[in-house]
Design a protein around this ligand. Structure first.
Ligand SMILES: [Cu+2]
Length: 454
C-alpha cells in the first residue's frame, strides 16, 4: 500500500513537471525525486496519517462545561446508541449482513431544539463482533478524534446544536477503515434540530376567479403539521448478502432503500383483501413485502388527510444524488437549516448526506409516490407510497390515518409544531428484539415521545 502511494506520488510529480516544462518561458517546476516524496510521506506519517489529531480544533464540551451550561438554562438531551451487527432481510426474500444502531435501520431519530446540549453515548456490547464509531453532523466537531469504540466499552461526547435542520449521523467505521461498509450496511440516522422559535406557517399559492379575472389566492396553514421522515440509501451487496466494495466503487447499487427497506411502503395482502376482495390480487404492481408472516417488514402505506399541512424530513444517506420528487404533487416549500430554498418545486436535488425539510398540502385524494427520480434508483426500491384522503373509497371515517395508522419507522419523535399521529403500526427494518421494544412503546403510547431516548 505504502509503495503504491509512493509510485502515484512520483508519477503525479513527473506529470506535473512535464506539463509545466513544455510551457516554454513560464514557470518551471522541479521534478520531485523519490527521496523527497519519501520525506513528504514521512511528514504525513509523523502527522498521524489520515487519522486527524488536532485536539485543539474540536468544539467538544467537557461534562463540567455541559453542567455549567445546564445551570445557565440550556437543556441536556441524551442520545444513546448501541452498535449491533445483524442479519436483516432485503427485497427478494434474502438477507444481508447489516450493521445497525440499536438493532434498526435507520438508527433512532433524535429530535431536539436549537441550543440543546447533546450528550451522545455509543456503546458496543460484549457479544458484538466489531468496534464502531460515530459522527453526528449536527455538531461542529469531527468525532474522528473520538476514535473507534472497542467491544465491551462505551464512549461519550457532548456538543451544543447551534443550527436548526436535518442532520445525518453515521458510523465512521473502525478509525475510518471500512466507513463506507458500515454506513452503507445501515449505520446511519438523523437528528432533527427544530428552530428555537418553531416552524413558520405555510403559505400555499393558488389561483381563483374574481370578477371574471384570474387572481392569486394565498392560503395559509398553521405551522403545526403531520410529520414523516424518509431516509434514502443504497445497498451494495454480492449474491451472498456481503458488502461489495467493488460495486460501490463502480456505483453499482444492488438495491435502493427508503428507511432501510426497498419498496417497503407498498400495499400488503390485507389491503389487497380490503380493496380487491382477494389477498392475492395486488393493488400495486410491486408488493415485495406482502405477507403478515413478515411481521415488522410487511408492506405498509403512509396515510395523510387532504388539506392537511404535512412536513417531510428527507435525508439522502446514500452515495448517489437523490432527485426527490413526489409523483402528483408539488412541494409548497423546501427548507434547509431554517432558510427557505424553494417554493412551488416539483423535484429537489439532495446531495449525499444532505437533509431538507419539505412542507406540502395534498390537495386531492390519491396515491402519491415519494421517489428518487433517478430511474435506476426508483425501479430498484427508491419509492414510498402516500395515500391522501379516501382514495380507495372505503368510506373510512374520519380518516385512514386514524383508522389504519401510519408505519412506525416513518414517524419521527414529536418536536416543535408536530401533530401527533392518531395511530401507529409496527413497521421497519428492525431486528426481532428491537421490533418487540418498538411494539411496547407503541402500545404504551410512547413511540413519538421517547423513541430516541431509550
Ligand atoms: Cu460501525
Amino acid at each position: 500500500m505504502g509503495l503504491s502511494i509512493v509510485v502515484v506520488f512520483a508519477i503525479g510529480a513527473i506529470f506535473v513537471a512535464n506539463l509545466f516544462s513544455s510551457n516554454q518561458n513560464e514557470i518551471t517546476i522541479q521534478e520531485l525525486s523519490v527521496s523527497s516524496t519519501d520525506e513528504v510521506l514521512q511528514q504525513v506519517h509523523d502527522f498521524g496519517g489520515l487519522t486527524l489529531q488536532l485536539p485543539g480544533a474540536f468544539a467538544q464540551l467537557s461534562s463540567d462545561q455541559a453542567m455549567a451550561l445546564e445551570t445557565e438554562g440550556y437543556r441536556i438531551v441524551e442520545h444513546n446508541l448501541v452498535g449491533l451487527s445483524a442479519e436483516l432481510p432485503i427485497m427478494g426474500g434474502k438477507t444481508y449482513k447489516a450493521m445497525t444502531f440499536n438493532g434498526q435501520v435507520p438508527g433512532p431519530t433524535l429530535r431536539i431544539t436549537q441550543g440543546d446540549i447533546v450528550k451522545m453515548t455509543l456503546c458496543i456490547p460484549d457479544d458484538e463482533v466489531q468496534p464502531h464509531s460515530i459522527d453526528e453532523h449536527a455538531s461542529q466537531l469531527s468525532a474522528t478524534n473520538f476514535g473507534a469504540v472497542d467491544i465491551g466499552t462505551c464512549q461519550t461526547y457532548i456538543y451544543k446544536a447551534e443550527y436548526a435542520g436535518v442532520f445525518k449521523f453515521h458510523c465512521e467505521g473502525i478509525n475510518l477503515a471500512a466507513m463506507d461498509q458500515h454506513v452503507l450496511s445501515g449505520m446511519y440516522g438523523i437528528i432533527i434540530v427544530d428552530p428555537l422559535n418553531g416552524y413558520r406557517k405555510l403559505m400555499v399559492e393558488k389561483t381563483t376567479i374574481e370578477n371574471g379575472q384570474v387572481k392569486i389566492d394565498r392560503q395559509f396553514h398553521s405551522a403545526d403539521a403531520l410529520e414523516f421522515h424518509l431516509q434514502f440509501s443504497q445497498l451494495y451487496l454480492d449474491e451472498n448478502g456481503n458488502y461489495d466494495q467493488q460495486a460501490l466503487f463502480l456505483h453499482h447499487a444492488s438495491q435502493n432503500t427508503v428507511n432501510g427497506l426497498a419498496l417497503g411502503y407498498t400495499p400488503n395482502e390485507d389491503l389487497n383483501e380490503l380493496i380487491m376482495g382477494d389477498p392475492n390480487k395486488n393493488i400495486f404492481v410491486l408488493q415485495p413485502w406482502n405477507s403478515a408472516d413478515l411481521a415488522q417488514y410487511q408492506g405498509k402505506l403512509m396515510y395523510v388527510p387532504t388539506g392537511q399541512h404535512v412536513r417531510l424530513f428527507v435525508e439522502n444517506q446514500a452515495n448517489e444524488p437523490l432527485y426527490f420528487h413526489l409523483v402528483g404533487e408539488i412541494f409548497d416549500r423546501v427548507i434547509q437549516s431554517n432558510y427557505v430554498q424553494a417554493k412551488g418545486q416539483d423535484t429537489h436535488l439532495i446531495g449525499g448526506s444532505q437533509g431538507v425539510i419539505i412542507d406540502l398540502v395534498f390537495d386531492e385524494p390519491g396515491v402519491y409516490a415519494a421517489v428518487n427520480h433517478d430511474y435506476g434508483a426508483l425501479f430498484s426500491g427508491a419509492a414510498a407510497l402516500f395515500v391522501a384522503g379516501d382514495f380507495f373509497d372505503l368510506d373510512i371515517s374520519p380518516s385512514y390515518a386514524e383508522a389504519l395508522g401510519n408505519p412506525s419507522d416513518a414517524v419521527p419523535p414529536m418536536g416543535k409544531n408536530s401533530i401527533a399521529h392518531p395511530m401507529i403500526n409496527l413497521h421497519g427494518l428492525y431486528t426481532d428484539e428491537r421490533a418487540a421494544e418498538v411494539q411496547e412503546m407503541i402500545d404504551n403510547g410512547q413511540w413519538q415521545t421517547v423513541q430516541s431516548q431509550d
